[in-house]
Ligand binder design. Sequence first.
Ligand code: M6R
Length: 606
Amino acid sequence: MCGIVGYVGYRDCTEVLVDALSKLEYRGYDSAGIAVFENEEIKVAKSKGRLADLTAKMEKEGMLHGTSGIGHTRWATHGEPSDRNSHPHGGERVTIVHNGIIENYKSIKDFLLGVGRGFKSDTDTEVIAQLLDYYYDGDPVHTISKVIREIEGSYALGIVFEDFPDTVFAIRRESPLIVGIGENESFIASDVPAILKYTKNYYLLEHDEIAVLSKYSTKIYDLHYKQITKELKTADWDMDAAEKCGFEHFMLKEIFEQPTSIKTTITPRIVDGLPNLEECGITPDILNSFNNIHVVACGTAMHAGVVGKYVIEKLARVPVNVDIASEFRYRAPLVTDKDLVIIISQSGETADSLAAMRLAKKLGAKTLAIVNAKGSSIAREADMLIYTHAGPEIAVASTKAYMVQIAVMYLFAFEIALAKGMIDENECRRLTSLLQKTPEMIENILESKSETQHIASSLIASDSLLYIGRGLDYALSMEGSLKLKEISYIHSESYAAGELKHGTISLISDGTPVIAVATQSELFDKTISNIKEVKARGAKVIIVCRENYEPDSDVADFKFGLPDFDDLLMPMLAVVPLQLIAYYTSVLKGNDVDKPRNLAKSVTVE
Ligand code: M6R
C-alpha cells in the first residue's frame, strides 16, 4: 500500500527516484510524484495514474534537476486518485511522502483548520505535512519527534525541509522502511528491490527511529534525539531479482522461478533426508507440546494454510483451524497457551495478519511466522520464524510465494507427524525425498505452457466460472479461482465438488466453464461423478488430472495432464497449470497482469 523512496547523493535524483519507484509500483499505482531540491528549492511533480504518466508529464512540462529528493507511488485510501491527492504533500516549508494511514487525522485537521491553516488535498497525509510545518522550530529532528507524538496510526515518511537542502529525513511506525547506504549516497525505500541497482547495504529502520540522510553521512536517532548505532545488513538478492529478465511480465517470470524457489527454501531445512527446522527454533519437543494449530493469513497465503491443514491433519492427526486474519482478530478466537498459531505472509506486513499474530501472542499462544520478506514486521515479532526464500515477488498476483509457503507447510507437516510418532522415519524420509523431486517435475510441467494458453483462449469470453475439486484438490482450487479472478476480472468461485448439488449447481448453464481438479486417487471416482453432473447440465469442463487418464466426452472438453506422483504432493504440481491459465487469460484480455485494477501487493490497511 504505497511505496516511498528518497535519495541524497551525486546522481540525477529524478532518474534515481523514478527508477526506484518503478520497483515499488507493485505497492500501489493510483498516482505517482516526486519532490526534488532544485537550486535549494523544493520542486514537486505529480500525476494521477501510473509512473509512466508522471514521466510523460515531466517530459512535457520540464524535468526536475537535483541530487536529492523524495518520491511516492500511491494506493489511494483517503481521497480519490487524482493529481491533487497525489503525494508529495507540503506545507510552506516542509514536503513529505507517506505510506500508511493516520487514524486521528480528523482531529488534527480540525485543530489546524482552527488555527487558520488551509488544505489542498483530501488526504490524511497532508495533516502530517501541515503539522510539521506548524511546529517547525528550525530543528527538523526535534520537530519530527514532536509531531510523531501526536499522530496515531501507521506511517513510513520521507520528509524534506526547505531550510535543509540536500538532506532527507525519514521515520516509520508499522509501515516498512529501509535506509540504503552507498558510496557518497544514501536512499530510503519501502522495500529492498528499489535500491538494489545502487547498493545492497541497508539499515532496517525500527519503529520511531528518525533517519537523517545526507551525501556523506547517514545518522539515525531515537525520539529523544539520541544517536543510535545499527547493524548494516546486506541483501542477498541480485538486481535480476527485481527485473523481468526477458519475460513479458513479472508474474510469468515468477511462475518460472518456482523450481528454484522451492530448492532454495527446502534444501537448508533437510538434514540427512529428514526435515530439520531447528534453525527456525522448531524442535520435536516443541512440536509435541501443542494441542491445536491455527493457521491465520489472508488471500493466497491463507490458501496455502488450507493445503497445510489437509496435510498436517492427515499425517500428524493434530486439529488445524484455518482462519482469515481479518475474521480471526475480531471474533474472540478460541486460542490458548497450549496452541500454536501459524501466520503465513509473503510481505510480512499485512495489517490483519500482523494484528492477528499480536492477538494470538496476547492469548498466550506460541506464534510461528512463515514469511518471505526479510526483516518485515511479522518476521520480527513472531516467536518462531521460517523464512521462505522466494526472493522478491513483484507481481501483485502471488505465485512463487504460494509455492514456497506450501513447500514449508509440507516440511512442517512431515516433521510434526514424525515428532508425534504418527509416521516412522522411513515414511518421513520417503515423503521428504518426494518433496525434493518437485522442482524437477514442475520444470517439466512448465514446458507445456502452450496448452494453458489454449485453455485460456476458451475462457476469455466468459462472465463467470467455477473451480471444483475434493480434498486437497478443493484446497488448491481456492487458489486457482483467486488467481483467475484477480487478474482476469472474470468472476469465479471455488467449490467442494461434493457440495455443488446443494445449491451452486444451479449456476451451471450451457457453456459455463468449470475447471475441475482431479488428482486425488481415493476421491477420483467421486470427483468424476460430480464433473459428469455439471457436464450433463451444459458445462464446458477443463479437467486437471493425471496424464494417464483419458476423459470421455461426457466428462471433459479439455484436459491438462500432470505426471503421476504421490497424491499428497499433487497440489505442488497442479497449481502450475492453474497459475498459467490465469496468467494467459489476463494477457489475452489485454489486462495489466502485474498490476491488476484496485489491488496492491502489500496490504497494510485493514
Ligand atoms: O503479503 P501477504 O502474503 O500477507 O498477502 C496476503 C494477500 O494480500 C495476498 O496473498 C493476495 O491475496 C495476493 N494478491 C493474491 O495473489
